[in-house]
Design a binder for this molecule. Structure first.
Ligand code: NI
Length: 182
């Protein structure tokens, strides 16, 4: 297991559409292990493989509260197959857009089809934080970021800020907010 470097805005890889996973082998397990290690180290509650530069439809997540035991979840090739008309709003953040948080409105509940680590078909119905997190991470597998749901003005401001930061060598390391980074 190893911690991998996070892909940060404005890296163009974040706009890439990830490929469907077809091989459920040791290589996939090693990727998932690295994703969990990277996600926990950040710390974050969700991660898509493209955020460590691997364009595969793999998502890791752990929504356990601070004092509860870890609850790691893996979603391979996840797909939203139903979403509620009712909307819910959460303040979202992203490990690829550090230290930036905005409220995003999305369907309050979703049904997601996915494969587990052994390639077995699964389905989950989610609401609350899990629904938000699933939609946020599935978006990553399609090259979509949560800032895409903000006004153009806000989005342009963030992108400009990160472009500037990327140009500045020796920028101070960021300290993520453990409750919000997805
Ligand atoms: Ni994210």
């Amino acid at each position: 297991m190893a911690t991998r470097d996070l892909v940060i805005l404005p890296d163009p890889r974040l706009r890439q559409t990830s490929d469907t996973v077809t091989a459920f082998d040791g290589k996939l397990r090693a990727l998932v292990d690295d994703m969990f290690e990277t996600m926990y180290a950040a710390p974050g509650i969700g991660l898509a493989a493209i955020q460590i530069g691997v364009p595969l439809r793999v998502v890791t997540m752990d929504l356990a509260k601070k004092d509860d035991p870890p609850a790691p979840q893996v979603f391979i090739n996840p797909q939203v197959v139903w979403s509620s008309e009712e909307k819910g709003a959460y303040e979202e953040g992203c490990l690829s857009i550090p230290d930036y948080y905005e409220e995003v409105e999305r369907p309050a509940a979703v049904k997601v089809k996915y494969l587990d680590i052994d390639g077995k078909e699964r389905e989950i119905e989610a609401d609350g934080l899990l629904a938000t997190c699933l939609q946020h991470e599935i978006d990553h597998t399609n090259g979509v970021l949560f800032i895409d749901y903000l006004s153009k003005l806000k989005r342009d401001m963030v992108v400009r800020k990160f472009k500037k930061a990327a140009k500045q060598a020796g920028a101070a390391p960021h300290v993520p907010n453990p409750t919000h980074e997805l």
